[in-house]
Design a protein around this ligand. Sequence first.
Ligand SMILES: [Zn+2]
Length: 463
Amino acid sequence: MSKKNSTNPLVIILSLLLLLAIAYIIGTRNAKLPVEQTEQAPALQQDTANAATPSPLLTSAHDPTLADLGVRPDWTSLDLWQETITHDDFVDLLTNVYTVDDTWKRYITIHKDHAIIRTDTRIKDATYRLNFSHELSAASPERNWNAAGDLPPGSQQRPLAGVHIAIDPGHIGGQFAKLEERWFKIGNAQPVMEGNMTLTTAKIIKRQLQILGAKVYLIRKENKPVSLRRPADYRAEAEAKAASLGKTDEASITALQNKFFYRTGEIRERARRVNLAFRPDLVLCLHYNAESWADPANPTLTANNHYHVLLHGALTRSELAHDDERFEMLAKILQRSHDEEKPIGAYIAQGFAQFTGLPAYNYSPMSTRAVKININGVEGLWARNLIANRLYQCPVIFLEPYVMNNQEVFDRVQLGDYEGTKMINGSMRKSIYREYADSVTEALKAYYLDHRIIHEPMEDDDE
Ligand SMILES: [Zn+2]
């Protein structure tokens, strides 16, 4: 809790300087002795296990206690949520949604009325104390977004009136599609580029949601990166990471530079802009799924075709070991994002089942990276920890319908977007883009009609 007391500011400054000095000394030691560090903190084994022969000069730049390109979080920002969640709700979300095994116990110790959370794993005793609520959990804790139940009334015509929705068309597309490995081509047919497909879909969804009253923001409007940084700008980070992995050959460094460009850095920049500028009530991450196509110039086709919908959760043991990812997970738990993601995700999963006719995709029950979310027997709803659904500071629904290298999907992509219906495999179908968009739009319409107060106008009302 933020307490205003009479502590001398000089004492605070001196304490901070002391902490910084300790952090520096320990940080320097870790750079030289990564193996010893793993013995002190077993949680770090996963991350530093690969750091067998690091160059001392470069490991100081790569911090294995943070996710790639991550920054050290300010744990005091969690003070907003002191005493807002009960012990039982916290444990339920932590164990049933946000983690896949018991390794969270290395970082979080649960007591009857509080939890002690490790904050900076480079420092042995650096912790944060979170006090639980003694009564019910807060229905609407502090947050920059509105759940459907928090909104002023909508109407039958405009059930999404005033709902702020950001649409993230997954990947970059265009001239970057090959680099980001979201490109394949069969013979003389048009290449299939996921980034272009998600943008086409996003524009249709935007139009449809606006008609229902939503304020919609496209996070990417062209088949270009949102970030201004290019692979060359990630050279230092890529070299440091490569050194920590013991793979300092040029091909490994280039691969890391590219990945930091098209995925890590690009998504971080999208999240930064959305969180700072738009602060939506909901983010929709649009994707098309694929199965391994091996050679992009001579791709393997598959008979499989399916949908699934992802919510945030299921941090793996190595992800939990990252101080920033653990912090971001806690912010999600304390904002109660899952309470909103779960029903919206269920409506959209049902929308896909109904409008696409596809079966649900199932991860292996033994999966160590996905958790099945059960709600009213809905199929195809899973939790996973992806950089996009973790960094957007509001409920995020991540969509994975259709398998691009399925023959029917490939044929439909070749037809492009069109009005009305065309004959596909013996039945009249909308364009794949409109079918995708309808699944999402109709699901959101139904969700807000069911979960928001709907104002029924009198006959002589104008509005
Ligand atoms: Zn994708």
